[in-house]
Design a binder for this molecule. Structure first.
Ligand code: HEM
Length: 448
């Protein structure tokens, strides 16, 4: 168990707080803030944090280091092997329901699995696995998901052809129509009010314990969810949740807010992947060839586009901080760590660890096709171990199928956005709110 913690100095602790924790919190852990993202992008905050962690590891060695903080025991993990050990030893002794996560996610999902105590976690996890079926063939409803995606992408294409460009706002409008239809059913397609309620709670969640709970908004959101779940649409993700809820003793209405919140990360990833492809012509032409080939067969995630989204999530993980908290003392080499010690895993550092990953700062979808990425214990965009994302297969299908639809007849050129030209390394921060892409109709089909 990775408990050899040396202690950071006061200046080192201050640097970790200001270079890593503060920007992560200010850009919005639960809901990204556009202004803060723009500033983070300008200042290159992720690169600074990554370089700081390299320096700390060089100086202290790979053992985790304990920050010097009054009244809190917080440990920074620096070794990729320890990342996989900690995630594998979840929830005991490394509990995912950490103080900060409970305070933040509690605003909109106080009984969500990720912040459940050990006695409730098992049955709630069972609920998600039964409903989302990770590791199994995609459900029959995948065909419906694909046709929802195709129709909404067509709507977006029409809009983009009129305006001449694809920006975040239009993309996001389409994305939430897809998400509401897939998760809640077609009746929810235009239920923007649902997002207004969810966003209000997520904005408060960004402030964790500093914001007072909005009980009325939460109950309005619950009522709406309850309606979608009690009269579920065939082929939607909520179709079987009442039955699974009864089997697992879990109230679905408590768990589904996490699904909707988590689909937001997937929208960002699709837009970011389009931008990556725009900056990488060889990958773009392989992606286009696959999109054309898969035009009418969307029963599984298109492999190359799936690899592209995975590598996008490696380069810009949407969960930059994986947190765990111990519930008992753990013995280290040089000191005993008290119970309630929080372990910080800053994923952008591990995903771009140039000392162990040869393709650290490059866009490398191929690394997901030949297994090099998955062999790296520090690359964990969907986490790992018993709390690994149970929605990973469904969401990878939705993301890559959306890309396939968007790339079916068009290539995209980056008009504006923070991705530099293709020769240089991919920057560590990306402000997806500012991405603007110009579609170009393809005259001939690309070579597979
Ligand atoms: C790009 C999209 C997504 C990414 C990158 C992602 C990533 C993650 C990560 C990193 C965790 C673990 C957090 C931790 O260990 O502390 C997680 C947990 C979870 N995710 Fe996802 N997720 C995504 C989308 C989804 C979707 C769409 C769903 C549902 C439909 C979903 C359902 C869940 C649930 C229920 C958990 C909690 C698991 C538990 O506590 O056992 N995720 N996800």
């Amino acid at each position: 168990m990775p408990t050899d913690a040396e202690t950071a100095t006061v200046p080192e602790t201050a640097m970790v707080l200001s270079a890593l924790v503060l920007p992560t919190v200010l850009t919005g852990v639960v809901k990204r803030r556009p202004g803060a993202m723009q500033l983070a992008n300008r200042l290159g905050t992720d690169r600074r944090a990554i370089e700081l962690l390299f320096a700390l590891r060089e100086y202290h060695g790979p053992g985790p280091i304990r920050l010097r903080l009054p009244g809190r025991s917080i440990v920074l993990v620096l070794d990729p092997g320890q990342v996989s050990d900690i995630l594998a030893d979840t929830p005991e002794p490394f509990d995912p329901a950490t103080t900060e996560k409970v305070a933040a996610l509690g605003h909109f999902q106080p009984h969500g699995v990720l912040i459940s105590d050990r006695s409730a976690r098992g049955s709630r996890r069972e609920f998600h696995e039964a409903a989302l079926q990770p590791g199994h063939e995609l459900p029959e409803s995948a065909q419906r998901f694909a046709s929802v995606i195709a129709t909404e992408c067509q709507w977006l294409e029409g809009l983009v052809l009129r305006t001449g460009e694809l920006g975040w706002n239009d993309f996001n409008e389409m994305w939430w129509r897809i998400v509401r239809r897939i998760v809640l059913g077609d009746a929810a397609r235009d239920d923007r009010r649902f997002n207004v309620l969810l966003d209000e709670l997520r904005n408060r969640a960004n402030w964790a314990y500093l914001a007072a709970p909005r009980r009325r908004t939460r109950s309005l959101l619950r009522d709406r969810l309850w309606q979608y779940c009690t009269d579920p649409e065939p082929g939607s993700l909520v179709e079987r949740v009442s039955e699974i809820g009864q089997e697992t003793g879990t109230d679905p209405v408590d768990q589904i807010p996490h699904w909707l919140f988590a689909f937001d990360a997937a929208g960002m990833t699709v837009m970011r992947t389009l931008a990556l492809l725009a900056a990488h012509p060889a990958a773009a032409s392989a992606a286009a060839a696959e999109a054309v080939e898969m035009r009418d067969t969307h029963l599984s995630a298109p492999p190359f586009l799936n690899a592209c989204v995975q590598d996008c999530l490696r380069l810009w993980p949407t969960t930059p901080l994986l947190l765990r908290e111990t519930r008992e003392q753990t013995a280290g080499r040089t000191q005993t760590l008290p119970e309630d010690t929080t372990f910080l895993i800053f994923t952008p550092f591990f995903h771009r660890d140039r000392e162990t990953i040869p393709f650290a700062d490059q866009f490398s979808p191929q690394a997901w096709l030949d297994g090099r990425a998955e062999r790296q214990p520090g690359i964990v965009p969907f986490s790992a171990g018993p709390a690994v994302c149970p929605g990973r297969d469904v969401v990878r299908f939705v993301m890559s199928t959306t890309l396939a639809c968007l790339l079916n007849r068009y290539d995209y050129e980056l008009i504006d956005g923070p991705i530099p030209d293709r020769a240089s390394t991919v920057p560590a921060t990306i402000d997806h709110f500012r991405l603007r892409l110009r579609p170009r109709a393809r005259e001939t089909n690309p070579e597979p």
